[in-house]
Ligand binder design. Structure first.
Ligand code: FNR
Length: 386
């Protein structure tokens, strides 16, 4: 049976032919390469966070104060990283978190399709962002047989919101991820210092521009009236989501509803009580609010409060070890964000797939060595604050 960890055999095998991997296998080297290669304004948007980026930095650093204890004399030659989510059996707990500028991370401006192709290649689901350079239908097709989720920034206009949700359901996405922490953009000094916000330049708005209800609201062809279309998008981008909205979401779609941005146990409890199908513990990678506690430190409390409702996690995942730690702390599925954007920027779909394969290989080999043959075993072993 093949294992994700076999990726290292491929790398060492190629080395015998004198071939080193095109992209690095670790985050520190990857980010250095991406920093040197990416256009400055795309890099700033991807790399930057809110305020002085304390929360963003803490998200990744906090993984270093969680540790695991290996178990010995367990046969881990066969590992099973599969997890159940939304009635699906996913081959691994890893997914790509929604990143709303991946469209412009590749030079051809079709980074969303490239990420989708990486998803098809690896079996790692893509959570496609509302902010996309290609329509959500095309992105879904490019995912091939790998299931995908759709992330929604809920437009103020209910008609547009319902239309986007209906399109996602019709296209075959398997869950609706509603982002709660972004009805207004957080204070991002790196972008402000260069006065650059990609959406205001017309980037990544194709889901709106191709939407029949958005087009009707605009009342004129988008292509000939781009500044007005961008203005309409800006005026309509999103509204704050409140608890009563869960019933509304459930009334307009059969898709499982995932609430992204839940960090407080009381919010997790209330979300579970009100029928959320999954809770997504995340602080948006520290891009929206500064001063927040690292998301990984908040995960155990959210998991405990969520009860039987599955908890997805992102914010600060930089390695396969981080993935395993998040599982050990109770996450059902783990989202990677910035690292796959760097992989896309450096080598398109292949670069993105490489980043995903490295994360999975490291996670799998860690489980093999530590005596954790399954995700359930990882969770049972847990992690300790050190
Ligand atoms: C994001 N994130 C995000 N989240 C979301 O719900 N919709 C979106 O469109 C975006 N867009 C976006 C753009 C960029 C450039 C980044 C880096 C992030 C947040 C994302 O889903 C996830 O929460 C973070 O990326 C997790 O933090 P790290 O691990 O990437 O630092």
């Amino acid at each position: 049976m093949p294992h994700y960890g076999d990726y290292q055999n491929l790398i060492y095998g190629a080395g015998l032919q004198g071939v080193s991997p095109k992209l690095p296998v670790d985050f520190a080297t990857l980010v250095a390469r991406a920093t040197a290669a990416m256009p400055p304004q795309v890099l700033t948007y991807v790399q930057g966070g809110c305020g002085d980026e304390w929360t963003q930095d803490r998200n990744a650093a906090a993984f270093r104060h969680w540790g695991m204890v290996p178990r010995m004399m367990i046969d881990t030659r066969q590992r099973d990283l599969s997890v159940e989510l939304f009635g699906l059996t996913l081959p691994s707990p890893l997914f790509m978190a929604p990143v709303g500028v991946i469209g412009i991370c590749t030079q051809d401006g079709h980074g969303d399709l490239a990420a989708a192709r990486a998803s098809a290649m690896t079996g790692v689901p893509l959570c496609a962002s509302t902010l996309s350079n290609d329509p959500l239908e095309d992105v879904k097709v490019a995912c091939g047989d790998t299931p995908a989720f759709f992330q929604l920034y809920t437009p103020k206009d209910r008609g547009v919101a319902e239309s986007l949700i209906g399109r996602a359901e019709a296209a075959g996405y398997k869950a609706l991820v509603v982002t709660l922490d972004t009805w207004v953009t957080g204070w991002r000094p790196r972008d402000l210092n260069v006065a650059n916000f990609p959406q205001l330049r017309g980037h990544v708005l194709q889901n709106y521009f191709t939407d029949p209800i958005f087009q009707k609201l605009l009342g004129k062809p988008v292509a000939q009236h781009l500044p007005e279309a961008i203005g309409l998008w800006g005026a309509n981008f999103a509204r704050p989501i409140v608890w009563e909205d869960i019933a509304w979401f459930k009334s307009v779609t059969k898709l499982p509803i995932v609430l992204k941005g839940i960090c407080h146990p009381d919010d997790a409890r209330r979300a579970a009580d009100l029928g959320a199908d999954a809770i997504y513990c995340s602080n948006h990678g520290g891009r929206q609010a500064n001063g927040g506690i690292a998301a990984i430190d908040l995960l155990p409390g959210v998991v405990a409060a969520a009860g039987s409702v599955p908890v997805l996690f992102d914010s600060g995942i930089r390695s396969g070890t981080d993935v395993v730690k998040a599982l050990a702390l109770g996450a059902r599925a783990v989202g990677v964000g910035r690292p796959y954007a760097y992989g896309l920027a450096l080598d398109g779909a292949a670069g993105c797939a490489h980043v995903l394969k490295c994360l999975l290989a490291e996670a799998d080999l860690l489980m093999a060595v530590n005596g954790y043959p399954t995700v359930a075993a990882v969770r049972a072993a847990g992690a300790t604050k050190v």
